[in-house]
Design a binder for this molecule. Structure first.
Ligand SMILES: [Zn+2]
Length: 373
């Protein structure tokens, strides 16, 4: 989720706007200028509707930003660090680098955003009341719209399905009552998925009746369904790997190839014998590279006896290696970021093991099995 426009930072929180937001902004401005405002206030001219649509959409954008900053501000104040917010589609995604450690903290963070939206709705409602009959009625119309849309934001976000705010509230309350975070997350995600399916179904019915705006419901439903699934998976992975170190998972009996071996010998003595797709390469016991079978396939067969492993291997970068005391979750994150299947474990310059995604998955399956008993 790195694509987007960096707009700055507030309270030490970096704010990024995802490019999808601009599409949504244009869509909102357009549908307000051509649909909502002309229907509700038939007496203005076209230029006024365009102005109202654009200003309202930009201010709605600002309201969503204030909502998200409120979450992050409270979160940081309670010690759960948020370093970045990405705004997209209906709201924002705050990048929590850690999960709240207790349900009350989670409850406060979850409620901060909707509370900010309630305050905004009230402020715009009063402002519209004061402005009524005093300023250009077009301004009053914008203020009324902003008051109404903030109420919509509160209602939408308070739907009790994870990862929406209401889902977080539901999770926190269940967690508070039962003390079981995993169960609470499962329930809140389940409700979130159920709601997502409902949105998709309602959207599909609208489209079937010829109402194109049903596509929006489908779109939001699909997004919510994915978000509900992935936040649940992330939590399960984090929980399963809590306190696990690379040392506990790594394979220690590893087959390494020496840099000086010829490619022909590497094929005969290693690839054909052990059936791995890659081997760590060492020089005097120190890891220097990885030899992938794919790299050998790029060579002519006549070159095999002449070329040495050192010439064909992929040199190790610092990101390919980690220490045995590193957290397993960090290893997994690094593998996902790099697209690598395994990392080399090094202790005081010596190769001591290899940790693979499969090792980590096996542990998680084992733990899931234990929980199921
Ligand atoms: Zn929120």
């Amino acid at each position: 989720m790195s694509r987007g426009l960096r707009v700055g930072s507030i309270f030490g929180i970096k704010i990024t706007i995802d490019y999808t937001w601009f599409i949504v902004l244009v869509f909102f401005a357009w549908s307000l200028a051509f649909g909502y405002f002309p229907a509700k206030y038939p007496d203005f001219d076209k230029a006024a509707y365009m102005f109202m649509g654009l200003v309202s959409a930009v201010l709605l954008f600002a309201c969503v930003l204030i909502h998200e900053i409120s979450h992050s501000y409270v979160s940081n104040a309670l010690g759960v660090r948020v370093s970045e917010i990405t705004l997209f589609i209906f709201g924002g995604v705050a990048h929590l680098s850690e999960e709240p450690q207790d349900p009350v903290t989670e409850l406060k963070i979850a409620l901060a955003g909707p509370l900010a939206s309630v305050v905004l709705a009230a402020v715009f409602w009063f402002a519209a009341g004061i402005a009524n009959g005093v300023v250009n009625p077009l301004i009053t119309a914008i203020l009324s719209y902003l008051s109404m849309i903030n109420v919509v934001l509160v209602v939408f976000n308070m739907i009790p399905g994870f990862p929406l705010d209401g889902g977080r509230v539901l999770r926190a309350l269940w967690w508070l009552k039962s003390g079981n975070l995993a169960r609470a997350t499962a329930i809140a995600s389940g409700v979130g998925r159920g709601f997502a399916y409902l949105l998709i179904l309602l959207g599909a019915l609208q489209v079937l009746r010829g109402n194109i705006s049903g596509l929006w419901s489908i779109f939001i439903g699909v997004f919510l369904k994915q978000a509900a699934g992935s936040s649940y998976e992330q939590l399960i992975i984090k929980q399963a790997l809590e306190g696990v170190k690379v040392r506990d998972l790594m394979s220690k009996d590893i087959v390494t190839i020496d840099e000086g071996v010829s490619v022909a010998d590497a094929v005969d003595g290693y690839f054909l014998k052990h059936h791995y797709t890659s081997f760590p390469v060492v020089s005097f016991g120190r890891p220097t590279g990885l030899l992938f079978f794919a790299s050998i396939r790029g060579l002519q067969k006549e070159e095999w006896p002449i070329k040495r492993v050192a010439e064909v291997m992929t040199r190790l970068e610092p990101a390919d290696m980690l220490g045995p005391e590193s957290a397993a979750i960090d290893a997994l994150v690094r593998m996902f970021n790099k697209g690598a299947g395994r990392l080399i474990v090094v202790e005081s310059g010596r190769l001591v093991g290899v940790v693979s995604r499969r090792d980590i998955m096996k542990l998680m399956e084992f733990k899931a099995g234990l929980r199921g008993m």
